[in-house]
Design a protein around this ligand. Structure first.
Ligand code: GDP
Length: 434
């Protein structure tokens, strides 16, 4: 059976959650750190699929101090698992120990489902949402105690688990490092950021054909992984053009986007948002790339500017309100470590596939609860839908009539609420069936 490891700090509610998953009170009697139990593994069943649950809550007996032992247990459990359910106390928020586990998880490359536990009511949703910061994708708000949200969580767990026991495909698939385009208008700090990222880690020049003049792409190691920053020659080559600078920048942006999977769009917070900023953001969206917004020069942001900045973002960057955002300083290095988790979140959304059954269950409920307005005596209905592709996610909806733009936007919004898609544009096309 595929193995699911449940990891997290003591007292976050792992064992209560395991009980929920098992649908019975078997895993634990007392919710107390330090309680040692013999059994750590249970067979579970959800929607007809069976899997094994490893409850690390039984290993909380620590000799090395809580933090070290949590990390150690997690490491062992993660190694053995096909997928990991990482439980965080949403009320407390992510602690340093949680961050240590996140690093292990990232290193492992195993699929992770993030449970934001102790969300006992709607007021806890914001606490859960804050855990997007961990860069592990969508936090599933649950109340292990009351059972709230555990159905959705289990659906996510199932899609993270392989159908059959995982064979060893180490090294196969995934064609090399992920490709990042660092884009933004001149002087936002692209070159500074590249230098900062490269300077503090190992830089490998990608010496493939056609790179006799300058390196075109650079391999940079960040967060334990190697990333390919594409078209960096265009960043490093300082061009001082008085005329045509915008054109040059657009060209470079387009070229970089062509080769990249994810765009990190830099925006200079020391200046008002410019039209060119929004144009570059649009280019990334239209190219269908995953998008991360990096607000640079945070070290020179003052309070007044900050106020206006947030309003500008609300107003002028609504088209990418789904994009993960990091507030950084390429000069001081502030929060640059948050870039990789944001990129990973965006790539994950970009590659998400919604099973047709789930999609249609969702669409059915949506249409029933929020029918399209009646037009000319007729009421167009979404009949069914399918996700045609990923990278980015594209959906085809079959409808009994023309769907208004407002309704399409509503459907997109609800799709995002339901399935995540942080950091990715999604494309919805509608086919009318007479
Ligand atoms: P590029 O044209 O996008 O590559 O921008 P550069 O990296 O050349 O940076 C333009 C200017 O902004 C330079 O004077 C940098 O020193 C400055 N700069 C870049 N990043 C930061 C930052 O985080 N904070 C501050 N205060 N200045 C920065």
């Amino acid at each position: 059976l595929p193995v699911l490891a449940v990891v997290g700090r003591p007292n976050v509610g792992k064992s209560t959650l395991v009980n929920r998953i098992l649908g019975r009170r078997e895993a634990v009697v007392e919710d107390r750190p330090g309680v040692t139990r013999d059994r750590v593994s249970y067979e579970a069943d959800w929607n007809g699929r069976r899997f094994r649950v490893v409850d690390t809550g039984g290993w909380e007996q620590d000799v090395l101090g809580i933090d070290a032992s949590v990390a150690q247990q997690a490491e062992v459990a993660i190694e053995a698992a096909d997928a990991v359910l990482f439980v965080v106390d949403a009320v407390v928020g992510a602690t340093d120990t949680d961050q240590a586990v996140v690093r292990l998880l990232r290193k492992s490359g195993k699929p992770v489902v993030l449970a934001a536990n102790k969300v006992d009511g709607p007021s806890g949703e914001a606490d859960a949402a804050a855990l997007w910061n961990l860069g592990l994708g969508e936090p599933y708000p649950v109340s292990a105690l009351h059972g709230r949200g555990s159905g959705d969580l289990l659906d996510a767990v199932l899609s993270a688990l392989p159908e059959a026991p995982q064979l060893d495909f180490a090294g196969a698939g995934q064609g090399g490092p992920r490709r990042i385009a660092l884009i933004g208008r001149p002087n936002v700090g692209k070159s500074s950021m590249l230098n900062k990222l490269a300077g503090e880690t190992r830089v490998v020049v990608d010496s493939t054909a056609g790179t006799t003049r300058d390196p075109v792409d650079e391999l940079i190691e960040l967060g334990g992984k190697t990333w390919k920053f594409v078209d960096t020659a265009g960043i490093r080559r300082r061009v001082h053009l008085t005329e045509g600078a915008d054109y040059y920048a657009s060209l470079r942006t387009a070229a970089a986007l062509e080769k990249a999977e994810v765009a990190v769009v830099l925006i200079d917070v020391s200046e008002p948002l410019a039209e060119q900023d929004t144009r570059i953001v649009s280019m990334a969206v239209e190219a269908g790339r995953a998008v991360v917004l990096a607000y640079n020069k945070w070290d020179v942001l003052d309070e007044e500017r900050r106020f206006y900045l947030e309003r500008e973002i609300e107003k002028d960057l609504v088209q990418v309100r789904w994009a993960p955002r990091v507030n950084v300083s390429a000069r001081t290095g502030r929060h640059l470590e948050k870039l990789v988790p944001a990129i990973e979140t965006a790539l994950e959304g970009w590659e998400t596939r919604v099973p047709t059954g789930r999609l249609n269950g969702f669409l059915g409920e949506l249409v029933a609860a929020h029918p399209h307005p009646i037009r000319g005596g007729k009421q167009p209905r979404i009949l069914f839908g399918t996700q045609a592709s990923t990278r980015p996610p594209r959906f085809v909806l079959f409808a009994s009539g023309f769907l208004e733009a407002g309704y399409r936007r509503f459907v997109e919004r609800r799709l995002r609420e339901e399935f995540g898609f942080a950091g990715t544009p999604i494309d919805i096309s509608v086919r009318v069936r007479e």
